[in-house]
Design a protein around this ligand. Structure first.
Ligand code: GTP
Ligand code: MG
Length: 195
């Protein structure tokens, strides 16, 4: 699958507000700073599409990007950002819940985890959450450029061992720095869009 066109469509915040454009959606989730927005930019060849920041907690809204006029990539705010207030954590929970409740055309969730780290408790909760709703998911192991190519396969196998799961799912090493894993990921996601 080739991404020929990508555009920002809209953001939604919390509270009953939702957006159901009727096209298939793939949601991108993961802890703050793991590289969700960077990955969206990498997949769409547009460095300026989604806002990227060294500071965790950059994406605070649910952002919809329309690709090839055919499907949406949805950039969700990151979890596990330690410095946010209780109030903001609550708003994050509400936003996620209303998104997952409203997203009738959600075909798959891309759960991102840093290739160098152990999954966090919240990563594992996210996995449980999507399994509970029987939504297919793919684990993207981000920042693969930070480790040698020869180690990437083993680190993905290690991640898989650290994720208790009863689902069959794919793990793909990815780098938004150099585009590593792009074709593979798009190839994995494509069939979900047609289902
Ligand atoms: P929030 O919006 O805060 O939830 O973060 P995010 O998951 O959208 O992360 P974002 O894409 O903003 O990236 C966070 C930081 O990681 C930025 O400094 C990026 O440049 C860096 N980064 C993201 N992906 C990669 C990657 O593949 N390789 C390297 N080396 N750095 C990356
Ligand atoms: Mg972001």
């Amino acid at each position: 699958m080739e991404i020929k066109k990508a555009e920002f469509v809209r953001s939604i915040s919390r509270g009953g507000e939702y957006f159901n454009p009727g096209l298939p959606e793939i949601a991108v989730v993961g802890k703050s700073n793991v590289g969700k927005s960077s990955l969206i930019n990498m997949l769409t060849n547009n460095r300026k599409l989604a806002r990227v920041s060294k500071q965790p907690g950059k994406t605070r809204l649910v952002n919809y990007f329309l690709l090839n006029n055919a499907f949406y990539l949805v950039d969700l705010p990151g979890y596990g950002f330690a410095r946010v207030s209780k109030e903001e954590k609550k708003s994050w929970d509400e936003m996620m819940r209303s998104y997952f409740e409203a997203a009738r055309h959600l075909k798959a969730v891309l759960i991102l985890m840093d290739i160098r780290h152990k999954p966090t408790a919240e990563d594992l909760m996210m996995v449980q959450f999507v399994e509970y709703f029987a939504i297919p998911y793919v684990v993207g192991a981000t920042k693969a450029d930070k480790i040698a190519k020869s180690k990437r396969f083993n680190e993905c196998a290690r991640l898989r061992r650290q994720i208790p799961s009863s689902f069959a799912y794919e793990i793909v090493p990815l780098s938004s720095e150099d585009g590593y894993g792009k074709e593979k990921l798009l190839g994995i996601l494509e069939p979900y869009l047609q289902s």
